[in-house]
Design a protein around this ligand. Structure first.
Ligand code: SF4
Ligand code: SF4
Length: 402
């Protein structure tokens, strides 16, 4: 890599070519208008300077992560790993330049050199070893089903339910998977799981830059889907949704992918699910980046919430739907420990609290984890619930969430 003092005079054609080959060709479209920096959540955070528009130029010049000086390189690595892949910049760029893809290319080079943040190295290692980012044993993957009638998937069932690593293992998020199973039972849907045969979808390792690990996971999951004769896959996590729907087809997958909010809103429309118990609370819905901005699923979670008697749905003015502010968990952000006051979750929570809501409704286990942890840390008086949990309460009753 070129030394820092050589940056202006000796840009590296080799680095530029590597970056472009790894997916950074969009950099050539950029005309440096700067709009991306103004919509990036780091601009809202305000305590961290993140000049996003510089990345395309640095790519074209072959300057990304080019310092040989340890401290300078550490600063560059920190910047490259600040991006949470929310795609607010892609959405608002006049030319649709994909900055997170440009940065992912730089991350792939850094992963190859072993120069990336330690918490993310641990995530990659755990996923490689046991198939999940928490390092939990594979044989406990179906532990969330305890006491429920959840079967192993068999060909001919209507859907394969794929809960995502966080709801499979995390004691709080397991309630989302359990609520989902109860709703499926109420809707008389035949479904099953793969349990210990599931691997992480690989979204996080791909965004971290560990491309080879991602490809191994994708191939392993696809082979399990094919061996089990899986057609439709129902997912809780928008991260699994985006990966299975938009990235796995490149490796031979041809499954239909449904997010729980899509499936449940459809079942409500058909009259197969009837929310009947009152939920007399003011609820604000937080659009997750992967589900909303990146896959256009805005109405289905809102339709579920609107179908629940007594529930008052409110919105964050100016920061809703495609303008929703990221919670900061994507692209490895969930596993980073940025200081309080330098995190987008703090800003987003203020916006959500400003609506006067009693409950924050989410449709993503990453968002749930970010908000719950921060609500506890700040001792705030607001509940955080997945849409499936609220729906389950309304269909079955208050004690149904456990
Ligand atoms: S908004 Fe698009 S064109 Fe403008 S600086 Fe950012 S990436 Fe370049
Ligand atoms: S994807 Fe989000 S965090 Fe990354 S540069 Fe774009 S706006 Fe910023």
């Amino acid at each position: 890599m070129a030394s820092k003092k050589n940056i202006i005079v000796e840009p590296s054609a080799e680095i530029r070519e590597m970056l472009v080959e790894m997916g950074a060709a969009d950099a050539y479209k950029c005309y440096q208008c700067g709009k991306c920096a103004s919509v990036c959540p780091w601009f809202q955070v305000g305590t961290y300077e993140f000049l996003v528009f510089r990345f395309p130029l640095e790519t074209v010049l072959g300057l990304i992560a080019s310092s040989e000086e340890k401290e300078e390189l550490a600063k560059e690595v920190d910047k490259i790993y600040r991006c949470v892949g929310c795609e607010a910049c892609v959405d608002q760029c006049p030319l649709g330049v994909n900055i997170p893809n440009i940065l992912r290319s730089a991350r792939r080079i850094l992963v190859d050199f072993g120069s990336y943040p330690d918490p993310l190295k641990a995530v990659v290692r755990k996923i490689r070893n046991v198939g999940n980012p928490l390092g939990e044993p594979r044989e406990k993957r179906a532990g969330w089903t305890k006491g429920l009638k959840v079967e192993e998937y068999r060909s001919g069932m209507e859907v394969l339910y794929f809960p995502c690593c966080i709801p499979a293992y995390d004691s709080r998020a397991q309630k989302i998977a359990r609520a989902t199973a109860k709703i499926l039972e109420m809707g008389k849907i035949t479904y099953g799981i793969l349990g210990p045969r599931e691997n992480c979808c690989g979204e996080t390792v791909r965004r971290i830059g560990a491309e080879n690990s991602f490809r191994e996971l994708a191939k392993s999951n696809i082979s399990e889907f094919k061996n089990a004769g899986v057609g439709k896959i129902l997912v809780t996590s928008p991260h699994c949704y985006n990966t299975f729907k938009n990235e796995y087809p490149e490796f031979g997958a041809d499954n239909e992918i449904l997010h729980t909010t899509q499936f449940f809103s459809h079942l409500i429309e058909e009259g197969k699910l009837v929310p009947k118990n009152k939920y007399p609370k003011k609820v604000v819905y937080h659009d997750s980046c992967r589900l909303g901005r990146q896959n256009g699923i805005y109405e289905e979670p809102r339709n579920i919430l609107r179908s629940i008697p007594g529930l008052e749905l409110v919105e964050v003015e100016d920061f809703s739907r495609n303008l929703s502010l990221c919670c900061g968990a994507g692209s490895g952000g969930l596993f980073m420990d940025w200081p309080m006051g330098e995190r987008m979750v703090d800003i987003r929570l203020k916006q959500l609290l400003g609506t006067g809501a009693d409950v924050i409704a989410v449709a993503c286990p990453y968002c749930l984890n970010m908000f719950e942890e921060t609500v506890k840390e700040m001792n705030l008086d607001i509940a955080v619930m997945d849409v499936s949990e609220i729906l389950c309460e309304s269909i079955i009753g208050q004690d149904s969430i456990e």
